[in-house]
Design a protein around this ligand. Structure first.
Ligand SMILES: *Cc1c(COP(=O)(O)O)cnc(C)c1O
Length: 370
């Protein structure tokens, strides 16, 4: 396991919030945080210019940013983000999960969006700095975590179309409760037939806000059809299953093999995705990354060849998929309960994240002893 002996790779100043949320109110929030509704007392900010590179990284009181109306991100969406969590273990120590993988993906996303690379050690040290400052906001308890959102955006006030010459990096954090407070519940999925999330050669493999903007209308249509989430097909042939708006998909076959759509260039490579593939292989499952057609999904759940379908990502960890619906039909997998394979790999992952199982792959990074 990595420990805190590696000192932060940069000097940052901390300006303490003179008016933090009172402890009693914070405890109330941590008892039932929901998701993305409350934010901690501080945020991290950093600046980049071509002349100075990354500089002025600082932890300051959480609060609104003041932006010129001509700020480039508001017009051309030159923006990327990450999503990760800090977990409190039973002994009070606080850990993140594979922050090096988030740092590397942040660099890949930056390259696609013509944003400057943030060195991995600065990324991790920044996330650690904010978590340590707001350590009291890391909730204790089953399935709770502090959701951490690093992001970077074009902050130059300029309407010309070119990569911004002023870029801002920020990290904010928000306590999160169990995604499914009533326990895991299979969701229903609407098949987007008219719209794609991403195109060949587009930004689908980058974690950028624009991909989410493109997913909102189809997601709204899913809700109108009584479904919880939308599944996207490839943008060229409209045949191959890609992913949900923010989660990767898996198909468990009747011989125990787990199939997930291969990275096509327009699928976002989830860190939960790769961790799940590793844990599935550890548990003796065959693991296959290949193209999956929507017909294979429909026919497979109808014939029983596909026994479980699930989606995964950092926010919800694992979401069992119950039904796939489209105009004029549906294909139901399972019996409305979470499948056995889905549940057991999920447990293996959260046991590592919460320190209840040995971290054989050295995925955990200790942020604080508390
Ligand atoms: C973030 C994200 C995922 C999941 O990635 P994790 O690293 O597992 O959280 C999947 N799909 C999309 C489109 C995403 O933005």
């Amino acid at each position: 396991m990595n420990d805190m002996s590696t000192a932060p790779a940069f000097d940052h100043r901390v300006e303490n919030n003179p008016d933090p949320v009172p402890g009693a109110r914070r405890d109330e929030i941590l008892a039932d945080p929901g998701f993305g509704r409350y934010f901690t007392d501080h945020m991290l900010l950093g600046e980049w210019t071509p002349e100075e590179g990354w500089h002025d990284i600082r932890v300051v009181p959480y609060g609104p940013l003041s932006l010129d109306p001509a700020t480039a991100v508001l017009h051309y969406a030159q923006e990327i983000f990450e999503g990760m969590k800090a977990y409190a273990h039973a002994d009070g120590s606080v850990w993140t999960f594979r922050p090096d993988a988030n740092a590397a993906r942040f660099q890949r996303s930056a390259a696609r969006l013509a944003l400057p690379a943030l060195p991995a050690e600065v990324f991790t040290a920044s996330v650690d700095a904010l978590i340590r400052t707001d350590i009291a906001w890391v909730p204790q308890g089953e399935e709770k975590s502090l959701y951490v959102r690093p992001f970077m955006f074009a902050s130059e006030a300029f309407l010309g179309v070119r990569p911004s010459r002023h870029v801002t990096f920020s990290v904010i954090a928000s306590p999160a409760g169990a995604y499914f407070p009533g326990g895991l519940r299979p969701v229903s999925i609407w098949l987007a037939s008219e719209f794609s999330r991403a195109a060949a050669g587009g930004t689908g493999a980058a974690k950028c806000g624009g991909n989410y903007a493109a997913s909102l209308l189809p997601q709204q249509q899913a809700l109108e059809h009584g479904c919880d989430q939308v599944a996207f097909l490839d943008g060229t042939e409209h045949t191959w299953v890609e992913e949900l708006g923010g989660m990767n998909l898996y198909f468990v076959h009747d011989d125990g093999t787990i199939v997930t759509p291969e990275l096509s260039g327009s699928i976002l490579e989830g860190i939960t995705r790769s961790s799940f593939l590793t844990l599935a292989a550890d548990r003796g499952h065959g693991v296959v990354e290949r193209r999956v057609s929507v017909d294979e999904w429909r026919d497979g759940v109808a014939s029983g060849r596909i026994t479980e379908v699930f989606a995964c990502g950092t926010a919800a960890v694992v979401t069992p998929v119950g039904a796939l619906r489209w105009d004029g039909g549906e294909a139901v997998s399972g019996d409305g309960e979470t499948g056995k394979v889905t549940a057991s790999i999920r447990e293996a992952l959260v046991d590592i994240q919460y320190g209840r199982a040995e971290d054989r792959h050295h995925w955990m990074h200790r942020v604080s002893l508390r």
